[in-house]
Design a protein around this ligand. Structure first.
Ligand code: ATP
Length: 226
């Protein structure tokens, strides 16, 4: 679907840096907001625009999202309500037609619409350890050098993540250099969409789960789960 029309991007054309942040956002939570804003600041590109890209269906997950596309976009809008210089770009939803889409195609389409902007791909540490299995990983790193947020669990320390990336044996020395210099030590946020979906499917939103959600999302999910 690479010849599909490119969805207009609601970011001023003079924006010099675009930080692309893709995800299923099923549902969005604090982990998609707080560390993202912090990563932008730590990377020294405070004037960069954050471009949230909701995925139609992750090629890396065996089952599709629980929430509908429209609902995930609506919840994402609520989650990022307070963030400056941030936009949602629905190009993957619009071109995917429910099928899997690939980050490299998204980046190439973004490059076509914004030929002069510097692109960065923001990912969590869990995704950094899987990036070598994405389609054309070397091209992704070249086109949009990643910014990597540490996350809880085994990927919570910089040293552990660097060791993990090296142990993969998948990256050239130059690529490893780019990846290692891309790690930003954000304040970890213990939130995951899997945990939130499990709570919703069980007894509903308890206090611990609500603490993972920005207020607008928490309110919206409290009203209905569909
Ligand atoms: P799921 O539990 O369904 O796998 P998720 O909580 O990991 O979902 P995604 O939408 O898959 O959320 O994540 C989008 C991006 O956000 C990924 O790059 C992921 O690594 C990152 N991310 C998600 N949660 C956090 C968090 N708590 N801290 C840092 N990064 C996070």
């Amino acid at each position: 679907m690479d010849d599909a029309p490119i969805t207009p991007l609601a970011v001023p054309s003079e924006a010099r840096t675009l930080i692309v942040f893709g995800g299923t956002f099923d549902p969005p939570h604090w982990g998609h907001v707080k560390p993202v804003v912090e990563a932008r600041a730590l990377a020294g590109v405070n004037d960069a625009w954050l471009v949230y890209v909701p995925a139609a269906r992750s090629p890396h997950k065996s089952i599709g999202p629980v929430f509908s596309d429209a609902r995930r976009v609506e919840l994402l809008r609520l989650a990022m309500a307070e963030i400056d210089h941030a936009a949602i770009w629905t190009d993957e939803l619009d071109r995917g037609g429910g099928a899997a889409t690939y980050t490299i195609d998204t980046l190439r389409r973004l490059r076509r619409t914004r030929p002069n902007a510097a692109l960065r791909l923001l990912i969590g540490a869990d995704q950094a350890l899987a990036l070598h299995r994405w389609r054309e990983p070397g091209e992704i790193v070249r086109l949009a050098p990643p910014l990597i947020m540490l996350r809880g669990g085994v990927e919570s320390s910089r040293d552990a993540l660097v060791a993990g990336l090296r142990a993969l044996g998948a990256w050239s020395a130059a690529e490893l250099g780019v990846l290692e210099s891309a790690i930003v030590s954000i304040t970890p946020v213990a939130a995951s969409a899997t945990a939130i979906r499990a709570a919703l499917a069980g007894n509903g939103l308890d206090d611990a789960t609500r603490a993972m959600l920005p207020p607008g999302v928490s309110l919206a999910l409290g009203r209905s789960t569909g």
